[in-house]
Design a protein around this ligand. Sequence first.
Ligand code: ATR
Length: 286
Amino acid sequence: MSMHPDSTPRYALFGHPVAHTLSPVIHAAFARDRGISMEYTAIEALPGQFSELLARFADDGGAGANVTLPLKQQAVGLCAHLGDHARRSGAVNTLVRRDGDWHGFNTDGRGLVRDLTDRHGLDLRGRRTLLIGAGGAARGIAPALLDAGIGDLYVVNRTPEHADALADAMGEPGRVHPRYLDDLGKLGEFTLIIQATSAARGAGLPPLPMSLVGNRAAAVDLNYGEVSIPFLAWARASRALQAIDGLGMLVEQAAESFYHWHGVRPDTDPVYATLRGRQATLITAD
Ligand code: ATR
């Protein structure tokens, strides 16, 4: 009997929409860089389809996956084991198939921290931090920011209950403070401001007073491309020392996922440079 098994390990990104995702390009570049053979595709999945599509993917030999919005919180329930950041954030962006189970990790936060510290040279320690948003993206990064040694973390969100839930989930009530969006003007100055909402894709950002931006502050939008433009423009107008979009984080979280799957770390700088070159509309101030 001759068998011709397709032994190329399969990886995929699940989410909706994923048509314009950069992840397949990033992982293909990493795989080339490290001489690893892998297939990485994007699979459109609505919340109602995700668990079935993921099960089918596993049956077809899926070895690992990324998960993006709106599925990061749902993915937690599909995992037999969770990494520390996935557990604390209640959001999974990386799945690894081990012994017939999914193991869930969240690499968004570590990816963000690596981008800010290694690529942009920021010292995060002690920074009084404002996190705008409390959805999957915000939850994913909060544990890693706390681990990186930021100072107090203030969380504001359109739906205050979500900010409360995020703060509760961090389990550090003396350090993580939910606040009302309407009270932004009373919160004083911050040295790190992170925009983690999807508001600019829809109705637009909530109004942000310039008084939030402290001396030598860094302002970061987790989005990249057009969606990041309004917040970064506000940050520059408010004299933030750095205005940073989410492109570097995108590359770094992918590298952390790649490491979970293959046990080797890819060189991220060439991929970042290529993608930055393509994002002609984007400028970082640093
Ligand atoms: P993601 O994975 O991108 O975080 P999400 O979980 O749907 O997606 O969360 C989106 C975030 O953007 C939330 O913080 C959301 O606020 P709510 O918790 O009140 O839903 C925020 N958001 C979305 N549209 C917004 C808008 N028009 N104004 C303010 N915040 C908005």
